[in-house]
Design a protein around this ligand. Structure first.
Ligand code: ATR
Length: 281
């Protein structure tokens, strides 16, 4: 494909809401890269995903980010997978390498980087994870990478909290005990979809939380979820979903467009402006 623009994209269903094309386009402009990063809506079943990946590989795509509902599909499709992707049981990156598709997971390092930016990781000894879905698995792995020794998970469906706890050596508690458990945590992370635009807010009482606990939310639409608004009102340090999103994007850009990129205030400002534009006047 010599002389042709570099091609990459994001694959999901739906995918229209994704901020990834904007992030990559900003980085490509900054680096003077001749490349396109395209949103691709691929139907939810594995066969549709696999057919689309075969086609993208054939036309010369360097790689794609993969989002819901295809993160497990990406791992299944890959010839080789990184440790991170195998441990998480999901991949958010697929690179079309010479020797076959390679699956990786930058959600884990992305969340860890966002937390490192907000606090001294040495101060994090204990964590409370709210939710036990795919995102919670990545967050649990990131917290372990950050050296957090005591991890507790609370989930509405207790059996899923038990499964996650058994897989990663966490302690599971009932969803109804989430508020009373908060006091043990140096970091509290919402990995549920609660608080997202169109969803009810997360019902979580911060009054029992450690005053210095870092409050993180993986939701980025809205950027300031009710949880983060309540946390800021109580002077907690916070991490929003946009930080994680920007950091998870960087490895794909470097791999597929072969250039350097930076997560910084200017990028955040452009993304915040786009989120504001989308939420209307
Ligand atoms: P993801 O892969 O993005 O984490 P998921 O696997 O569907 O998505 O997980 C969504 C998480 O949000 C789950 O922990 C889910 O709880 P259940 O396991 O009980 O379904 C949680 N969640 C969604 N709606 C919720 C609600 N109304 N109250 C409490 N938890 C909720």
């Amino acid at each position: 494909m010599s002389g042709s623009p570099l091609l990459a994209g994001v694959v999901g269903w739906p995918v229209g809401h994704s901020l990834s094309p904007l992030i990559h386009t900003i980085w490509a402009d900054r680096a003077g890269v001749d490349g396109y990063y395209i949103p691709l809506a691929i139907e939810p079943d594995y066969d549709s995903f696999a057919r689309a990946m075969d086609a993208l590989d054939a036309v010369g795509f360097a790689g794609v980010n993969v989002t819901i509902p295809h993160k497990e599909h990406a791992l299944r499709y890959a010839a080789v997978a990184s440790d991170a992707a195998r441990k998480a049981g999901a991949a958010n990156m697929l690179t079309f390498a010479e020797d076959g598709p390679y699956a990786d997971n930058s959600d884990i390092a992305g969340f860890a980087a966002a937390v490192r930016e907000a606090c001294d990781e040495q101060s994090l000894k204990s964590a409370l994870i709210l939710g036990a879905g795919g995102a919670a698995r990545g967050v649990a792995l990131a917290l372990k990478e950050l050296g957090v020794a005591a991890l507790v998970v609370a989930n509405r469906t207790r059996s899923k909290a038990d499964d996650l706890a058994a897989a990663f050596g966490l302690t599971a508690v009932d969803w109804d005990d989430r508020d009373s458990t908060a006091g043990m945590a140096d970091i509290i992370v919402n990995t549920t979809s609660l608080g997202m635009t169109g969803q009810p807010p997360l019902d979580f009482d911060l009054s029992a939380a450690n005053k210095t606990a870092l409050i993180a939310d993986i939701v980025y639409s809205p950027l300031e979820t009710p949880l983060l608004i309540a946390a800021k009102a109580r002077d907690h340090p916070t991490v929003d979903g946009l930080s994680m999103l920007m950091h998870q994007a960087a490895p794909g850009f470097r791999a597929w467009f072969g250039a350097a990129c930076r997560v910084d205030g200017a990028l955040r400002a452009d993304l915040v402006a786009e989120l504001k534009r989308r939420s209307g006047p």
